[in-house]
Write a new protein. Structure first.
Length: 254
């Protein structure tokens, strides 16, 4: 781009909409900064170093770009960091763009979850969002996997107030059973609904599923699929869950 084009671009950037644009970038990056850090420890370190040296680094930029970077700093260190990083490190700019797109996708998925919630329970949506981000770091699962799992859990009768605890159980089961979150949720909710169990029973159920998986030659995805098919009839016939899991382990053992 020539100097004339750069000047025109900066003039457009400095118009009345700059405040809203930078604030939007800052808000998104603040929300998903931790998620970016989990993707790359080195990237997280780069952000921290750039945050600490924004003022010093800006003096090495052309005056017009430095002014924009300083203005960005007024809206938060992450916005300024993002602006400088895009100008200074091309690859980092692409990562930021991907993260913002991922953030938009996450917000859309949360909107879908909110359609299952009504009335006073809607106030729990911000906490669910925070819980999903935290669980994503804890279990190394994507926010997409966790959001789909929360949709599945809530649509299967899990109250949104209990969703974080339920997802934590499902996360442990998924990691231990080498499965995705939705498979773990499917197995747990199938059992809960078939035998009419309470939330306080689900820790025991999770442990029983893991033991059945370990004793049989199967994984949580396959176990959940099999349980989902036979649980309603087994419960109707008053066959205890423990017997069903034991039978499943024996059959899959071969």
């Amino acid at each position: 781009m020539n100097n004339k084009g750069l000047g025109l671009g900066l003039n457009l950037f400095m118009n009345d909409r700059v405040s809203g644009t930078l604030s939007n970038i800052n808000n998104r990056l603040m929300r998903f900064y931790s998620k970016i850090g989990t993707k790359s420890r080195n990237l997280g370190n780069v952000f921290k170093k750039l945050q600490g040296g924004i003022s010093k680094f800006s003096q090495f930029l052309p005056p017009s770009i430095g002014q924009v970077a300083n203005l960005a700093g007024q809206f938060g260190p992450l916005a300024a960091t993002a602006f400088i990083a895009v100008k200074a490190i091309g690859g980092l700019g692409r990562v930021i763009g991907e993260s913002i797109r991922e953030a938009e996708k996450f917000e859309h998925q949360l909107t879908e979850v909110s359609t299952l919630v009504s009335g006073k329970d809607l106030k729990h949506m911000p906490k669910l969002e925070t819980d999903i981000l935290n669980l994503s770091k804890t279990f190394g699962k994507s926010t997409e996997d966790l959001t789909k799992a929360s949709y599945q859990a809530i649509s299967s009768g899990i109250n949104i107030k209990n969703s974080a605890g339920f997802l934590r159980l499902a996360g442990k089961l998924a990691v231990g059973g080498k499965a995705d979150m939705t498979s773990a949720v499917d197995g747990l909710t199938s059992i809960k609904n078939a035998w009419g169990l309470n939330m306080r029973d689900m820790k025991k159920v999770s442990d029983q599923m893991f033991i059945a998986m370990r004793e049989g030659r199967t994984n949580i995805s396959e176990l959940s699929q099999n349980i989902g098919q036979i649980a309603p009839l087994a419960a109707q016939m008053s066959i205890p869950l423990k017997e069903i899991l034991s039978m499943t382990a024996t059959v899959t053992k071969g």
